[in-house]
Design a protein around this ligand. Structure first.
Ligand code: ADP
Ligand code: MG
Length: 382
């Protein structure tokens, strides 16, 4: 097992734009790190550079204590699991799983004979490991619940079974680190949740370093010991999920994480004698905040206010609801069964002109009649 370090790693496919820019990332030994970001932000490219499938344009990569920047993929001691499984269609599951090990310890029949004939130094050790391959494949297949599938071909398997085989193929190799590229995105929702739990369990059991790429923020939040958020090839923030969720480093991270993401309102923070008030986007609200040291106590600053949808209280007859001050109008309520998303249009600032800010609140759905509280908002004139 090993730690993985990326030092100022960049990738340019052409002169114009960098797919990955000056990426610094340190993945601790045995850590489960999730690299998350929208499609096209450079996740796969990053993973492929770690695997050695893509040359870096700049920077260094170390695995363990070894600088592997220019080491070929097969000598990096890592295993990669892809979204499309990448199984060999003409090989059985057993063969697919053992293939990598057979190459490493055996080679073909002739090269094994040749080694034995030459009585090469580690020939007997390698032969022993070669002989143990079938038992190892059986054992890993057992753990993953695919023991009964060993003699089937990939075309005879369901998506979930194929994904398990791809996982098994990686596990039998006992790599220093596992790399996953959106391994669950071809599975249906129910299976995805199940596999997510199994992956987490597997990580606990193997105690291996894992780097997991996804565009799905739920996967990121649930799987990662830490998550690294990327946008347009640039790392935005790294930290434990709860930290990144509650203390986003910037607007991108704030709106990317969460379903729906954080509401961002432009406005001013007015400070008067230790009291803070936010004014903007057509709303006014008191903010409980500690005074920042080293700042002028009174004054007005332009800020962007971030409010999580779940932190907005929707209630009937909301007399003191801060939205009431701005006569927000409910545009749409989407019910997901247990919770509802309440999309609200704010009146906006006169100065802001045409674009009316929208915010989304998350509210519990009334189990009895399936409604979301908040008609008080609806009743007011826009
Ligand atoms: P992600 O996995 O986050 O969706 P990628 O790493 O696949 O993103 O791609 C990052 C950027 O690099 C994209 O703009 C993509 O078009 C570009 N890119 C990826 N691979 C190549 C390639 N082989 N040649 C040229 N551009 C590429
Ligand atoms: Mg990708």
């Amino acid at each position: 097992m090993a730690k993985v370090v990326l030092n100022q790693v960049s990738k340019r496919f052409s002169d114009s734009v960098a797919a990955v820019s000056e990426l610094n990332l340190e993945v601790a030994d045995r850590e489960f790190l999730v690299l998350v970001g929208p499609s096209g932000c450079g996740k796969t490219t990053t993973l492929r550079m770690i695997a050695g499938l893509e040359e870096v344009s700049d920077g260094q990569i170390t695995i363990g204590e070894r600088n592997v920047t220019h080491v070929s993929p097969k000598d990096r001691d890592i295993a990669m699991v892809f979204q499309n499984y990448a199984l060999y269609p003409h090989m059985t599951v057993r063969r697919n799983m053992s293939f990598g090990l057979r190459l490493r310890y055996g080679g073909n029949f002739v090269s094994r004979l040749w080694r034995r004939w030459q009585n090469a130094e580690n020939a007997s050790k390698r032969e022993e490991q070669f002989q143990q391959i079938p038992a190892k494949v059986d054992q890993v297949a057992g753990t993953l619940g695919i023991g009964r599938l060993l003699d089937r071909y990939p075309r005879e398997l369901s998506g979930g079974e194929r994904q398990r085989v791809a996982l098994g193929r990686a596990i039998v190799r006992e790599p220093a680190a596992f790399l996953f590229d959106e391994p669950l995105s071809n599975l249906d929702a129910k299976l995805r949740v199940e596999m997510r739990r199994e992956l987490k369990e597997l990580h606990r059991r193997l105690g291996a370093t894992m780097i997991y790429v996804t565009h799905d923020q739920v996967e990121a939040m649930t799987l990662g010991d830490r998550i690294a958020v990327m946008d347009k090839g640039v790392l935005q923030q790294v930290g434990p999920p709860s930290e990144v969720y509650h203390k986003p480093a910037n607007r991108f991270v704030a709106s990317f994480l969460g379903t729906p993401g954080m509401n961002l309102l432009e406005g001013e923070l007015v400070e008067e004698n230790g009291r803070f008030q936010f004014r903007g986007s057509g709303v006014q609200l008191e903010i409980k905040a500690n005074q920042h040291p080293g700042r002028e106590p009174n004054g007005t600053r332009k800020i962007v206010l971030g409010v999580r949808p779940e932190d907005i209280l929707c209630q009937e007859n909301a007399s003191s609801d801060w939205l009431a001050a701005g006569h927000g109008q409910v545009e749409l309520i989407e019910s997901l069964g247990d919770v509802g998303y309440v999309h609200i249009r704010l009146p906006g600032d006169e100065a802001n002109g045409a674009v009316l800010p929208r915010i989304t609140a998350k509210a519990a759905v009334n189990a009895a009649n399936g409604t979301v509280p908040g008609p008080a908002l609806q009743d007011r004139p826009a």
